[in-house]
Design a protein around this ligand. Structure first.
Ligand SMILES: NC(=O)c1ccc[n+]([C@@H]2O[C@H](COP(=O)([O-])OP(=O)(O)OC[C@H]3O[C@@H](n4cnc5c(N)ncnc54)[C@H](O)[C@@H]3O)[C@@H](O)[C@H]2O)c1
Length: 284
C-alpha cells in the first residue's frame, strides 16, 4: 500500500521535536518537516533533518500536523488549509484555538484535535526508561484524547494511526468533543491540576523556610502526594479521622467556596481569551 504523507509544521518546537522523533522512529509514513525559526532549523539540520517549505509539501500531504503555538494557529491554519488537497486531515494538538473558532477550515478537509494525556501516575511503569518518561512519547504508555472538529468520520478514524504514532506508545485514544477537550485542558489539567502542582512546590519552599531540613520535607511531601492521590482517587484505604479534620481545615483556609465556577462556560471563555492573547471575546 502507498505510504501516507505527513507534514509536521513547527518541527523544532517542544512538541514538534518529540513528534519528529516518533514519526521518524515509526518509519511507516513519508514525512516532511517545516520550521520557521532559524535557530530551530539549524538544530534540525544537525540531526540530519531536512526542513521544507510549507508550500512545497502541504499540497501532497494526507495529514498536516500543526505543532505551532496556539496563539498563531489562526494565521498558520489560514495559510495551510487552502493548500490542502481534498480529504487531507489537519491535526492540531490543543483544543483552545478550535474551541475559540480561530482555526481556518474548508468543506473538503477534515480537522482533528489530539492531545496527549501523559503517562498516568497510577500506570504500570516497569522499566527505568518507563519510570523516567514523565511526559510520555518515549517509553511509558499514555492515553490520548481526540476530537473531530469538522469533516468526515472515516478520515477521523484514519487519523488515529497518525495520532498513535505521534504520541507513541499509546494505550487508548479516547474520542470526545472539542468542548469536552476544552473542559479537560485547560480547566481540569492546567487551571486545577498544574496549579495545585505549583502550590505543592510553594508549600515545600515554605516548609523549608520554617527550618525543616529540605530532604526530610521532600521525602514527606513526595510520599504523601502518592498516598493522598491513592486514597482520594483510588479509595485504596480511608483517610484517618484526624486527617479528615485537617483536610476540612485546609479546604476552609485555602479553597474559595465558589471554586467550582472554573467549570462554567464563562470562566472557560475567560481563561482561553487570556491564553490565546485575544483582544476580543470568544465568538460562538
Ligand atoms: N509544550 C507542551 O507541553 C504541550 C503539550 C501538549 C500540547 N501542546 C500543544 O502543542 C502545540 C505546540 O506547542 P509547543 O509548546 O510545542 O510550542 P513551541 O513554542 O515550543 O514550538 C512551536 C514551534 O513552531 C514554530 N513555528 C511558529 N510559527 C511557525 C510557522 N508559521 N511555520 C513553521 N513553524 C512555526 C516555532 O518556531 C517553534 O519551533 C500547541 O498547540 C500546544 O498547545 C504543547
Amino acid at each position: 500500500m502507498k505510504k501516507k504523507q505527513i507534514t509536521l509544521i513547527g518541527a523544532g518546537g517542544k512538541m514538534g521535536t518529540r513528534i519528529t522523533a516518533n514519526l521518524i522512529k515509526n518509519g511507516g509514513f513519508i514525512t516532511h518537516f517545516c520550521e520557521s525559526s532559524a535557530n530551530k532549523k539549524e538544530e534540525l539540520a544537525t540531526k540530519g533533518i531536512q526542513v521544507r517549505e510549507v508550500s512545497e509539501v502541504v499540497p501532497d500531504s494526507d495529514f498536516i500536523i500543526l505543532a505551532t503555538p496556539d496563539t498563531v494557529l489562526g494565521p498558520v491554519s489560514a495559510q495551510v488549509v487552502p493548500m490542502m488537497k481534498p480529504d487531507a486531515v489537519l491535526i492540531t494538538l490543543d483544543p483552545a484555538a478550535a474551541y475559540a473558532n480561530l482555526l481556518a477550515d474548508r468543506d473538503e478537509i477534515t480537522s482533528v484535535v489530539a492531545h496527549p494525556c501523559h503517562p498516568s501516575v497510577f500506570g504500570k511503569h516497569l522499566t527505568e526508561e518507563e519510570h523516567a518518561d514523565f511526559f510520555g512519547g518515549i517509553a511509558a504508555k499514555q492515553d490520548v484524547v481526540a476530537a473531530k472538529y469538522s469533516g468526515k468520520d472515516s478520515l477521523y478514524e484514519q487519523s488515529k494511526e497518525v495520532i498513535r504514532s505521534m504520541y507513541a506508545p499509546v494505550e487508548t485514544v479516547h474520542t470526545i468533543t472539542v468542548k469536552q477537550m476544552a473542559i479537560l485542558e485547560p480547566t481540569l489539567a492546567e487551571v486545577i491540576t498544574c496549579m495545585i502542582g505549583t502550590v505543592l512546590n510553594e508549600s515545600l519552599e515554605e516548609t523549608v523556610k520554617k527550618g525543616v531540613p529540605e530532604e526530610a520535607a521532600k521525602a514527606m511531601l513526595y510520599g504523601h502526594i502518592q498516598i493522598a492521590l491513592a486514597v482520594a482517587l483510588k479509595g485504596t484505604n480511608p483517610f484517618s479521622d484526624a486527617c479528615m479534620v485537617a483536610i476540612e481545615y485546609g479546604k476552609e483556609a485555602i479553597i474559595k467556596e465558589d471554586w467550582k465556577r472554573v467549570f462554567d462556560d464563562e470562566a472557560l471563555d475567560h481563561v482561553l481569551k487570556e491564553m490565546l492573547h485575544l483582544d476580543h471575546a470568544i465568538q460562538r
